[in-house]
Write a protein that binds this ligand. Structure first.
Ligand SMILES: C[S@@+](CC[C@H](N)C(=O)[O-])C[C@H]1O[C@@H](n2cnc3c(N)ncnc32)[C@H](O)[C@@H]1O
Length: 275
């Protein structure tokens, strides 16, 4: 298929299963932006949960899925196959894997950089025995001809500051240990793609990338292994793509028109597909 092919898929497609197999369903060079958050393999460095007498345990264990070795090198070929030659990759990672990402992706792409996300509300370290884990890293790789929607120099810092996901945004059931804030994903997607572009997240968890992509009028493909997270992602994405509530849409009030202008997605019907 040619790099310029139009993918015959609806606005949003989600698959429950293993990306190692399901990526094969995606045509060559059809993706504009891979924006993803694969396992960090931090489990082996944690101190485990810390018991507290006055509150619930501090949870330092990430999750069982994070224990499976994640090798960025296994993903270069499938990512390059599905990505347009002018496409961009953003991948959240951690200090222990940054070198592996660089080793494999830097020679394969025109440019390799990293972005720092500073969390303003990191988990405390009660014994004050080291730095807080207040920063996460995001790998960025692209070739010439890629999209950069920068406006001013001050927007071009490889740094974003935002609290870790909490409050109403944070799902309670299921609770995903690494749910990312939609605000951070919107920033990445807005910088690295245009409306109508196709965004892929092959490790979508509870669907934060999908929510951000659809809010920004991009198309989205998401894959998640865990059925409980997958169902939660589908619910969140479906809520994002719902048409305007009837009372607002029908009346065409100034409020409704304002909402529709701010959220172009509200003007069209998106479809949610599960295969
Ligand atoms: C770091 S989390 C992503 C969290 C996501 N950014 C969010 O905001 O919800 C990584 C996810 O990848 C999933 N995963 C791990 N290996 C996978 C694979 N081979 N195929 C698909 N999903 C996988 C895990 O179940 C986990 O939910």
């Amino acid at each position: 298929m040619s790099p310029a092919c139009q993918l015959p898929l609806p606005d949003c497609t989600t698959w429950n299963g293993d990306s190692r197999e399901l990526l094969d369903r995606i045509p060559d060079h059809s993706i504009d932006l891979i924006c993803t958050d694969p396992p960090y393999n931090l489990g082996m460095y944690t101190t485990g949960n810390i018991k507290m007498s006055w509150r619930s345990d501090f949870n330092n264990d990430i999750a069982a899925w994070d224990q499976d070795p994640f090798d960025p090198g296994e993903w270069l070929v499938p990512f390059q196959r599905v990505l347009k030659p002018t496409g961009t990759i953003f991948a959240f990672t951690s200090y222990n894997l940054l070198g592996h990402w660089h080793e494999v992706f830097d020679p394969a792409f025109d440019t390799f950089q990293f972005i720092v996300w500073h969390k303003t509300n990191p988990a405390p370290k009660l014994r004050r025995a080291g730095f807080l884990n207040s920063c996460e890293l995001i790998v960025a790789a692209w070739n010439k001809g890629h999209v950069w929607n920068f406006t001013r120099q001050r927007d071009m810092h490889n740094f974003i500051e935002s609290p870790a996901c909490g409050g109403n945004e944070r799902l309670k059931n299921p609770k995903h240990p690494t749910q990312k804030p939609v605000r951070v994903l919107r920033w990445l997607i807005e910088l690295g793609s245009n409306p109508g572009d196709l965004v892929l997240d092959p490790f979508m968890g509870v669907g934060s990338t999908g929510v951000a992509a659809l809010e920004l009028d991009r198309r989205f493909i998401g894959i998640e292994l865990d059925p409980t997270y997958f169902e939660a992602a589908e619910r969140r994405i479906a809520a994002t793509t719902l048409p305007l509530p009837l009372d607002k849409a029908a009346t065409g009030t100034p409020d409704a028109r304002h909402d529709a202008r701010r959220h172009p997605r509200l003007q069209r019907r998106s479809r949610l597909h599960q295969y």
